[in-house]
Write a protein of this length. Structure first.
Length: 229
């Protein structure tokens, strides 16, 4: 059974390409000061490529064939990269209270391992195209998605309304409910000649924020309205 062999220039090309493509993604992460940066992503890609090369070409000294009962499976070691990289990605995920950070970084480590595996297997076109798609997803697509989400996401803030002293906040709350404003909290502060009502509100349609504030301002008992985001 003849085993495939690689010349040194081809080995260097595959490992170097894996490092360059992984480093390109890591550089973007470095610019955003994320947990895993340029060196981490480059090392993951190079390691994945090396594992692939060893799995496919590193056991030429063994006698394979039906006579010896030893069969060659070049995907055996490479398959473990898919599961093994999960441990490294899990270390990049950080939970802070109710928020979770590092999911994107963990995902880039996972995909960088795949890019390194593709480069190590000689699938250059897939490795380059995948790197380009990842960079697009991390930069221009992220900016475009942020703009779209900002337009669709409800606007939250604090609505401060100046009322006459001793005046009830019930009409104000009824008006906000009529205007389809969700109230999350309410604070009332009394002074000598005025009463401040602070409402933690969510405008379900951000484009209508100005309209809602105008409606509240026109209420007979309202003296002044302030909106703080």
């Amino acid at each position: 059974m003849a085993l495939p062999e690689l010349e040194w220039p081809e080995v260097i090309l595959r490992v170097a390409l894996a490092g360059a493509l992984g480093g390109a993604i890591g550089f973007e992460r470095e610019l955003r000061d994320r947990e895993a940066g340029f060196r981490t992503h480059m090392l993951v890609a190079v390691g994945a490529a090396l594992f692939t090369l060893v799995s496919a070409y590193g056991f030429r000294d063994f006698d394979y064939g039906f006579r010896t009962g030893i069969n060659l499976d070049p995907t055996r070691i490479a398959a473990q990269i898919v599961t093994g990289i999960g441990f490294l990605g899990a270390g990049a995920i950080i939970r802070q209270g109710l928020s979770v950070r590092g999911l994107t970084t963990a995902a880039t480590l996972w995909v960088v391992a795949a890019i390194g595996l593709a480069a190590g297997a000689g699938y250059y076109s897939a490795a380059v195209v995948s790197t380009a798609l990842v960079l697009i997803a991390l930069w221009p697509l992220r900016m475009a998605a942020h703009r779209v989400v900002q337009r669709l996401r409800p606007e939250e803030g604090r609505l401060v309304v100046d009322l006459p002293p001793g005046h009830s906040a019930a009409p104000l709350l009824a008006k906000l409910e009529q205007l389809n404003v969700r109230v999350h909290g309410l604070e009332i502060e009394d002074e000598e000649d005025r009463r401040f009502v602070s409402v933690q509100a969510e405008f379900r349609e951000a484009a209508r924020t100005g309209e809602v504030i105008d409606e509240v301002t026109q209420m007979e008992e309202v003296r002044r309205v302030e909106w703080h985001t």
